[in-house]
Design a protein around this ligand. Structure first.
Ligand code: HAM
Length: 418
């Protein structure tokens, strides 16, 4: 029987690769413009990191982690997100001793045992950015500007930036009390998970995906009515910075995000179908994971969702180079010559292909067309004798004379006459 990929996973097939490369190139290019360096962390971590980092009352920790015991009886978890691992590495490598802020980005797979559906996978990929060591509101705005800049460069048009202020450990307890007072009346109708959240972390109830809980929280008090002066000041400045950059946004008091570490600014970038990017400030996480007191802000962007949006919006993604030169050969000697020539041309940067399938000479032409080769070169007895040949441009059959031992000339013609 045929074996299929596990539910909630997706192959990136060769026919799709150019779209992934296109967005990844943009991530790297724009990150570079913002002075952000790449970090790669392991695919798995000690489970403890996410319990402390993401939060014990979140859906991710309560329902979605791929957690298992390894052969040494350690509890291991496949990373459900990239922030906690980046913070762990930052602390472990003592990067906090260097000049701050530290600006990091990653492109990583993430794993969450979620109900698989369009745009929601069990293995998905994130482009994430984390800025450590700046409490300035300009950094919140820079992070959002970066995310919007990436999406603009990719070509997306129908995106909305929603922001909110989640307060800090000073003002949030007051909000939690108000929220609990409001939810108390409907406590019995909350889902079982939310009942456990009521005492520990009532704000998590606002993020529950259960219909009944959504209904109950519809008219819940909003955090913006409870935030302290310092959080309000910070939020006003963030908005001012966004205005300076002319980045449109809406304040949405309803967003709370699905992870526990956020303080002050949070944001989401969405289209009609789903959230493509989410992030915010998390000023206490570095300390909670064992590092020094140090503020931070960042985001994660779902790459599958980004690519789905590119497709929905019919954005044309530049294709990568097809085969530039297909070399056909007659006879054993010709074949050997073609084999060596293709190798030599590849060494100097020409994308060349030869007959590896035992095709007849006639079938080779068809094949060259099928794979979209831009030029064709035939090596027969004459060519072997004179070391002169013609390369033919497939689209209009125009021919160019070449000398077989002048590789640079062949390359130059191919690159300039495509
Ligand atoms: P998050 O909102 O959980 O935040 O995930 C960020 C993005 O990852 C989402 O907006 C979405 O595009 C994508 N995503 C999440 N779950 C799935 C899924 N099951 N299938 C496909 N795509 C998905 C974080 O992970 C935070 N670490 C972001 C952050 C970084 N905040 C501060 N720094």
């Amino acid at each position: 029987m045929e074996i299929q990929a596990p539910k909630g996973t997706k192959d990136m097939l060769p026919s799709q690769a150019y779209k992934w490369h296109y967005v990844e190139n943009i991530f790297r290019e724009i990150s570079k413009n913002f002075g952000i360096k790449e970090i790669r962390t392991p695919v798995f971590e000690h489970t403890e990191l996410f319990l402390r980092g993401v939060g014990e009352t979140t859906d991710i920790v309560q329902k979605e982690m791929y957690t298992f015991k390894d052969k040494g009886d350690r509890s291991i978890t496949l990373k459900p997100e990239g922030t906690a691992p980046a913070v762990r590495a930052f602390i472990e490598s003592r990067l906090f001793n260097e000049a701050q802020p530290t600006k990091l980005y990653y492109i990583t797979p993430c794993f969450r045992y979620e109900k698989a559906q369009k745009g929601r996978y069990r293995q998905f990929h994130q482009y994430g950015v984390e800025m450590f060591g700046s409490k300035e509101p300009s950094m919140d705005a820079e992070v959002m500007a970066l995310a919007m800049g990436v999406l603009k460069k990719v070509g997306l048009k129908s995106l909305k930036l929603n922001i909110n202020n989640l307060g800090c450990p000073e003002c949030r307890p007051k909000y939690n009390e108000a929220l609990k007072a409001f939810l108390k009346e409907n406590y019995d109708s909350l889902c079982e998970t939310c009942k456990t959240r009521f005492e520990k972390n009532p704000m998590r109830i606002l993020d529950c995906k259960e219909k009944s809980c959504k209904e109950i929280t519809k008219n819940a008090p909003i955090i913006l009515d409870y935030t302290c002066d310092s959080c309000n000041d910070h939020f006003s400045k963030v908005k001012e910075y966004l205005d300076v950059l002319e980045i449109p946004y809406s304040v949405d008091p309803g967003i709370v995000r699905g992870l526990d570490y956020y303080t002050k600014t949070i944001f989401e970038i969405l289209n009609d179908d789903y959230t493509v990017c989410g992030g915010g400030r998390y000023d206490k996480l570095i300390e909670e994971i064992g590092g020094p007191e140090m503020p931070a802000v960042g985001f994660g962007m779902g790459i599958e969702r980004l690519i789905a949006t590119i497709e929905d919006e019919n954005i044309e993604v530049p294709r990568e180079d097809d085969i530039e030169l297909y070399i056909s050969a007659r006879g054993e000697e010709g074949k050997m010559y073609a084999f060596k020539l293709a190798h030599k041309l590849r060494e100097i940067g020409v994308n060349a292909e030869i007959n590896h399938a035992g095709r007849s000479f006639k079938a080779e032409m068809k094949f060259a067309n099928k794979i979209g080769a831009l030029f064709n070169l035939v090596i027969g007895d004459d060519e072997l004798g004179t070391k002169e040949a013609k390369i033919k441009r497939m689209k209009d059959r125009e021919e160019f004379n070449i000398k077989l031992d002048n590789l640079e000339e062949i390359k130059q013609i191919i690159k300039s006459q495509k």
